[in-house]
Write a protein that binds this ligand. Sequence first.
Ligand code: NAI
Length: 287
Amino acid sequence: MPGVADRVVIVTGAGGGLGREYARLLASEGALVVVNDLGGARDGTGEGHNMADTVVAEIRAAGGTAVANYDSVATTEGAQSLVKTALDAFGAIHGVVNNAGILRDMSFPKMTPEAFEAVQRVHLFGAFNVTHAAWGHFREQGYGRVVMATSTSGLYGNFGQANYGAAKLGLVGLMNTLALEGRKYDIKVNSVAPMAATRMTADIAPAEMLEKLPPEQVAPVIGHLVSEECEDTGLILVVGGGSVQRVQLFAGKPVLFSQVPSIDEVRENWSRITDMSDAQPGVNPAG
Ligand code: NAI
């Protein structure tokens, strides 16, 4: 049974919360895990070895195999060094779970360019950096599994999270193209929007809701998506509290104009344009 046994998987931001659960489950299934974590606070400030080291110690105590890495995914050099950690320790890289994340919530009028950029750097550039550093190895061996951590804040919006939502839906855009480019090399790229009680959500969601969202409930879906058995690519799944739900973009029936319409003609057709009753899964007309 192939699963993830002997597969080398990097889990970014695996020093706590969801990443820790992903790393522990993968290791318990025989994966060789690189536990990456910068070890900072929720807003991305600070750093340290303790978080990643603790998870590696837990995995080893349970009989699994893991090494720690403390690089920031937010830089190209950090991501290259992270992939090198996998290659040096285990001689290969088969999977990347782009899980590392930070929060800098503020309402849009108060949002600073620094807060906007810092969040893109960790989530969007972080996933780009690590996946890009691993991609050549995936292509060469004709095998790779990538998971993006997206969010319902990106898929649907959430007050105070313009920076985070933009980064999280950016990851879906990145996935869409990588899913296409990876197809002929058996590289599968999927996205999971988790819902879990972690330090990230501790003061965001109500306590009674968080009680029903233990992070270990998300991990088995990640386990499937990084396994050899995963045949899908380009999926978005919302996962948490015992629920696994696929989300997809749908497109309404096109309204066709034989010549450039006037603004009034656009308005006259507005209810048809916005009608989704005959919607079908969206496809790229250029693809
Ligand atoms: P968390 O704060 O416990 O975990 C994030 C980890 O990433 C931390 O351990 C942190 O030290 C690490 N990290 C931050 N910046 C880093 C960097 N530059 N390089 C390496 N590591 C870095 O939060 P949680 O909830 O476990 O989040 C995991 C992922 O799931 C994040 O991408 C988050 O946006 C996403 N997510 C979580 C949701 C939830 O309900 N908990 C909801 C939607 C998305």
